[in-house]
Ligand binder design. Structure first.
Ligand SMILES: [Zn+2]
Length: 451
């Protein structure tokens, strides 16, 4: 008997769920991964066999769909359109990228959406076909196809050039341009996270044992099998509370408003908070307690653990009464809860100490004789319209890839032995790997040349 809908279980944790994945979008993501490999790894054996057998000549065909395809390729063809919509291209020689069908100016999308209504450009024409032998865009042609606003976007694009190597295929849902199943899944399943309730975060980010987190999760969804719920599921005829005779045994009644629950809470909350404590609705009550607003215990983690554990014990006690007609003493419940909280806090403390002991301290070291060391950091605004870079000998301000290029391009005042330290791991990976699957590939290649 499921207490919570599968759809809710598959939502992200920040909107109140487990973050499980739905099987169909997950399967689609796996096929997208195969599609991505067909485009980006043409030299692997299975891709070579597939391309050869089914005569796939283009690097990224517009359409993959034939009746004689194998099961796997048919499955890939089913997701092909969706897959292509998530691609964008960093231009190299421009021979693989369709001028109007592929996305090579991210802000515009495919250029066929911006053509004048009375003109047509064939889909198989590549970006390189719109560059003249001198390496400049063919403006005389382009002016017939696009408005001046669109031409403004094209003019700032690096015209394709054979020296830049092959075009680079990038995956739009991921910031670093590389494919990942996680990003693919997110691009398929769009969740509405506008109603994120801080209460969920309080539950999952707590140092509580998993079984109690799960219990609180059910509480927040009002999915405990109280008598009110059991009546709806035809498991009983009595919706009232068997302990106090109240007419409705709701979640809030069982955990807070029944007499023995009220008695237990009165022993641990501050007298000043009594009124508000018993006035809040369920979601607010749980959230406020997880934020430690009622002065339970010594505050912080202990306060949250006591609250959660006492809820858990009160619920167990309520069930015990229904099924065994036995009810525990309020004092015993409170004492065992406080004891449990102390144990949990001590365990957390030990865990955090052992984590601290694994931390590696790093400090700046000067360069050896004859070398010069430069440290860099950078800043960019959210739209990526500008970036700021700066550097000083020994200390630093500012940088990303662009700054690194500027720095290397400057040949550093005649120094040939220069050590550069940068805190942007993504930039370091790009330069080290230089796999041809990163954004700004032309820039990375220039940096490699200089270094
Ligand atoms: Zn009751």
């Amino acid at each position: 008997m499921a207490l919570v809908k599968w759809d809710i279980c598959c939502q992200p944790m920040k909107v109140g769920s487990f973050g499980l994945r739905r099987l169909v979008p997950q399967s689609t993501s796996f096929f997208m991964k195969l599609a991505y490999q067909i485009v980006t790894k043409p030299d692997t054996l299975w891709v070579r066999v597939l391309r050869s057998k089914y005569k796939m000549l283009d690097v990224c065909p517009l359409l993959v769909n034939r009746s004689n395809y194998s099961y796997v390729l048919r499955s890939i063809s089913n997701v092909w359109d969706q897959f292509r919509k998530n691609l964008y291209w960093s231009l190299g020689n421009g021979r693989s990228v369709s001028f109007i069908q592929d996305v090579w100016i991210v802000d515009l999308g495919p250029l066929h959406e911006h053509l004048y209504s009375n003109v047509v450009i064939l889909a198989h024409l590549k970006v390189a076909d719109f560059v003249d032998p001198d390496g400049c865009w063919k403006w005389s042609k382009l002016r017939h196809y696009f408005s001046s606003e669109i031409l403004d976007y094209i003019v700032v694009c690096h015209a394709p050039n054979d020296t830049l190597g092959n075009d680079t295929c990038l995956w739009r849902p991921n910031v670093n341009g590389r494919f990942s199943i996680k990003a693919a899944y997110k691009s398929i399943v769009q969740f509405d996270v506008s109603h994120v309730n801080a209460g969920w975060k309080e539950i999952w980010n707590n140092a509580l044992p998993p079984r109690i987190k799960h219990f609180l999760w059910l509480v927040m969804h009002r999915r405990l099998l109280t008598n009110c719920k059991r009546v709806r599921r035809r498991l009983t005829n009595e919706a009232g509370c068997l302990i106090c005779g109240g007419s409705q045994e709701t979640v809030l009644h069982a955990l807070r408003d029944c007499w023995f629950a009220t008695e237990a809470w009165m022993k641990i909350i501050l007298a000043d908070c009594v009124f508000i404590f018993f006035e809040l609705d369920l979601a607010e009550w749980v959230s406020a307690n997880l934020r430690g607003e009622f002065g339970i215990g010594s505050g912080g983690v202990e306060s949250r653990v006591i609250f959660a554990d006492l809820c858990w014990i009160l619920w167990k006690n309520s069930n015990k009464y229904i099924f065994q007609q036995v009810i525990g003493k309020v004092e015993d419940m409170v004492r065992s809860t406080e004891y449990f909280a102390v144990n949990v806090c001590e365990t957390n403390l030990k865990g955090s100490r052992s984590r601290e002991s694994r931390a590696v301290m790093a400090r700046w070291c000067s360069a050896n004789h004859g070398w010069i060391k430069v440290n860099m950091d950078g800043a960019t605004n959210k739209n990526g319209n500008w970036s700021k870079a700066g550097m000083y000998y020994g200390t630093y301000l500012g940088i990303g890839l662009k700054g690194l290029e500027d720095l290397l391009g400057g040949a550093w005042l005649g120094y040939s032995k220069v050590i550069i330290e940068i805190d942007c791991m993504m930039a370091v990976d790009m330069i080290k790997e230089c796999l041809g699957s990163t954004p700004s590939m032309a820039l990375v290649k220039k940096i490699k040349e200089v270094s």
